[in-house]
Design a protein around this ligand. Sequence first.
Ligand code: SF4
Ligand code: SF4
Length: 132
Amino acid sequence: MSVIIDDTCITCDACMQNCPVDAIVDDMSNPTGESRYYVHPEKCVECVGIYDDPQCAAICPSIGCISWDMPYTREHEEHFVSNDLYTISSTKSGKLKSPTLREKKYREDIPLEMRGVGKEVQEEPEDLNEVG
Ligand code: SF4
Ligand code: SF4
């Protein structure tokens, strides 16, 4: 996924409003059925080339809610296809938008040992006042 939202999400909508690639959906559209916002792994680009940090984590008021995950690459295909945490979208022809089909950019400066559910993207949001 690259980043993932956990169950401390308060559904405030700030991340969805600030994602530059529309990778985030709200709780009503969360394909896992959980009552939290959801990052589509096949869409998230970790804000590479757009912002210095993942904007969703920078603006999220629930500290620690958004954590790193594996890069969305072929190397981690199995992680995304078989993990219960995700529901990978399908193309119109029914093929999963798995890393095999759709590798995404990721922050190569974040080592694998710093990634994983619960590994905080940021210790604190950059500016709580930005949350509307
Ligand atoms: S890291 Fe960037 S691209 Fe990925 S979901 Fe967050 S805001 Fe969107
Ligand atoms: S900004 Fe954080 S708390 Fe708000 S909807 Fe997104 S993940 Fe949930």
